[in-house]
Design a binder for this molecule. Structure first.
Ligand SMILES: NC(=O)c1ccc[n+]([C@@H]2O[C@H](COP(=O)([O-])OP(=O)(O)OC[C@H]3O[C@@H](n4cnc5c(N)ncnc54)[C@H](OP(=O)(O)O)[C@@H]3O)[C@@H](O)[C@H]2O)c1
Length: 290
């Protein structure tokens, strides 16, 4: 009988030793959290991309100072505007100067817009849809040849898309309504499923993460306007907001051998906040019997 306790090389199950990763929106926030995790899990090269070259360089300098990188491992700056096809082509060209293949794409660059229904601008709706949906498609399309280069049945390449719980439930409404953002995140989740089924036979797996609230530059303004960090933490079933390690754990899992048969999946990272709204009634403790 087969030994059912035997797990092939368990100590390396979550390792990314020697892997090459590209992170869009990598200069700060969740992208920088993920880049740090990729490097600390063993990646040999992590490309940091965002529009501002200086921000990419600063992030790279910070990452390259991490004490526990593999020998020779490094972060590399690759500034590019993910919102344009030329920008995405420039990203691929910059990456190609340093590597002939890519193992992990974290398609994370995104934008939001908050404005009430009556005045919600058409231009902002388009901008958000373009960056959060179309650009993810074009980035995967243009990087696919590099992602396919070393991908095999046993060691597939990975695409991880940053969607949002706003794409699973209803986003923010009222004064700071995020109609375009919420629709874009729902759309990119379904794009991810389509890509997952298309690309898995080429040994590229595609999964999405749905963060809840993480206090980043993008989220801080909205968190403040809607009652502040403490209020949001208290109302979360887990009684806190997201932390960098929460992103790190999920992206390393999805990018490593541990996630090698996970495809077309969506992982919420929100402490259960999305489903807490499904609670119908909370019965109070009965008062003292008279
Ligand atoms: N924080 C949250 O609570 C939360 C929740 C759910 C989902 N998300 C999603 O997580 C992702 C990252 O957001 P974040 O919270 O980490 O925000 P953030 O701190 O504002 O970071 C956004 C990153 O994207 C880059 N970026 C913006 N526009 C870009 C473009 N056109 N091309 C290339 N890079 C661009 C920014 O750098 P430059 O300005 O230099 O371009 C920055 O590196 C987004 O997709 C967001 O929708 C965030």
């Amino acid at each position: 009988m087969a030994d059912e306790t035997a797990l092939a090389d368990f100590p390396s199950l979550f390792s990314l030793k020697g892997k090459v990763a590209v992170v869009t929106g990598g200069s700060r926030g969740l992208g920088l959290n993920a880049a740090s995790a990729f490097l600390q899990a063993g990646c040999a090269k992590v490309f940091i991309s965002s529009r501002k070259a200086k921000a990419c360089e600063e992030a790279v300098a910070q990452l390259n100072k991490l004490p526990n990188l593999q020998p020779g491992a490094r972060a590399i700056s690759a500034p590019a505007d993910s919102a344009t096809v030329q920008g995405i082509e420039s990203l691929v060209a910059q990456v190609s100067q340093h590597t002939e293949h890519v193992d992990i794409l974290f398609a994370n660059a995104g934008a939001t817009w908050g404005e009430k229904f009556e005045t919600h601008p058409e231009s902002a709706f388009s901008k958000v849809m373009d960056l959060n949906v179309k650009s993810v498609f074009v980035t995967v399309q243009k990087l696919a040849p590099l992602l396919q280069k070393r991908a095999t049945l046993d060691d597939p390449s990975r695409v991880i898309i940053t969607a949002s719980t706003a794409g699973l439930g209803v986003g923010t409404l009222g004064r700071q309504a995020t109609f375009g953002y919420s629709a874009s995140k729902a759309a990119v989740l379904h794009l991810g499923r389509n890509l997952a089924v298309e690309l898995a036979p080429r040994h590229i797996l595609v999964n999405s993460i749905c963060p809840g609230f993480f206090p980043t530059k993008m989220a801080n303004g909205l968190l403040e306007l809607t009652g502040g960090l403490e209020k949001h933490a208290k109302s979360n079933p887990a009684r806190r907001l997201g932390r960098p390690e929460d992103i790190a754990g999920v992206v390393v899992y999805l990018a490593s051998r541990a996630g090698a048969h996970v495809n077309a999946a969506t992982i919420e990272i929100d402490g259960g906040a999305l489903w807490s709204t499904g609670q119908l009634l909370e019965a109070k403790d009965p008062g003292p019997k008279l």
